[in-house]
Design a protein around this ligand. Structure first.
Ligand SMILES: NC(=O)c1ccc[n+]([C@@H]2O[C@H](COP(=O)([O-])OP(=O)(O)OC[C@H]3O[C@@H](n4cnc5c(N)ncnc54)[C@H](OP(=O)(O)O)[C@@H]3O)[C@@H](O)[C@H]2O)c1
Length: 279
């Protein structure tokens, strides 16, 4: 699988056979309007074929505008959006997805994600809430409104609970992943259950860019720390979603197919001190 990942159009295969471009372009904290429109257009110009947004980011309309302005055909771009935590349950899920499709100005989504699970800390009936929401995702999938369905920030216990009632298991789990924050328990669960992992904050939301180890490993390949982090996720078989609002950085983050990290470098990055969001 890894050897076939050669450029931004290379696809990994989800459990239902749908291909997902191996690197996506992130849009969290990318302001709606000219900024989001222009960075999406730029990302598509430099070769990204996968855009990650969310209803909570408030920029779906501008993301759609950037897509149309780019001139790249809709079917050549993989579009993901996510349902925020204010929407739970089957009927509300279907309505929210239809609204997101309309806001993006597309006919279908490639991937629709539950942004965060209902969790035990906040809701005693979290498992039932997630099961009810998931029924809406399954309906959207069966009705052809979305090509693939998945979750985000689901830990193994949330996925295991969903398994009890799901007819179709999530095809993707999008979680925080970068050097210093591997969440190996999630990776292992997903590998065993045919779920593709996507990496949010693959650059640690910028926190890893000045890290001495990441910088040193990158420099040995003539690469930046950002490029090293993107490459690290790719070599783990994970789909990274680097975000930038700067044209030159968007282009640079795509230049990750002309070098490879050694096993020793991968192990060093795997075992570096914790740099996770919650750490
Ligand atoms: N599912 C979830 O709960 C969840 C949570 C977080 C993120 N996400 C997704 O994952 C995406 C990526 O995560 P993220 O936005 O947290 O952060 P990230 O991609 O890890 O890092 C982005 C930060 O790094 C900077 N940057 C990017 N490329 C650079 C480069 N080549 N040189 C120097 N600086 C660079 C960006 O600055 P500039 O923008 O100023 O260039 C920004 O501050 C999000 O945009 C979103 O799509 C999902």
């Amino acid at each position: 699988m890894e050897s076939k990942v050669e450029n931004l159009s290379s696809r990994r295969t989800l459990s239902n056979g749908v291909g997902i471009p191996c690197v996506g372009f992130g849009t969290w904290q990318t302001p709606s309007g000219d900024v989001a429109r222009d960075v999406v257009k730029k990302a598509l110009e430099v070769g990204f074929r996968h855009i990650d947004t969310a209803t909570a980011y408030g920029n779906e309309a501008s993301v759609g505008e950037g897509l149309r302005l780019s001139g790249v055909k809709r079917e050549d771009v993989f579009i993901t959006t996510k349902q925020w935590t204010d929407i739970r349950g089957c009927a509300a899920t279907v309505a929210a997805a239809e609204k997101a499709i309309q806001t993006l100005g597309v006919d279908y989504l490639d991937l629709y994600l539950v942004h965060w699970p209902a969790v035990a800390k906040l809701s005693a009936d979290w498992a039932q809430m997630n099961a009810d929401t998931w029924r809406g995702f399954e309906k959207l999938y069966k009705d052809g409104k979305v090509r693939a369905i998945g979750v985000s920030n689901f830990m193994p216990e949330h996925l295991e609970a969903l398994k009890a009632s799901a007819e179709v298991m999530p095809m993707v789990d999008q979680v925080e992943f970068h050097p210093g924050y591997m969440q190996r328990n999630v990776l292992d669960y997903c590998a065993a259950n045919g779920i593709q992992v996507e990496a949010w904050s693959p650059l640690g939301s910028g926190r890893l860019l000045a890290d001495p180890l990441v910088t040193k490993i990158g420099a040995a390949h003539g690469k930046s720390s950002a490029q090293t982090c993107v490459r690290y996720a790719i070599q783990h078989g994970i789909v990274p979603l680097p975000k930038s609002t700067h044209a030159e950085r968007i282009a640079a983050n795509a230049e990750v197919f002309d070098f490879a990290l050694s096993d020793e470098e991968m192990s060093a990055l795997d075992s570096m001190p914790e740099t996770g969001y919650r750490v």
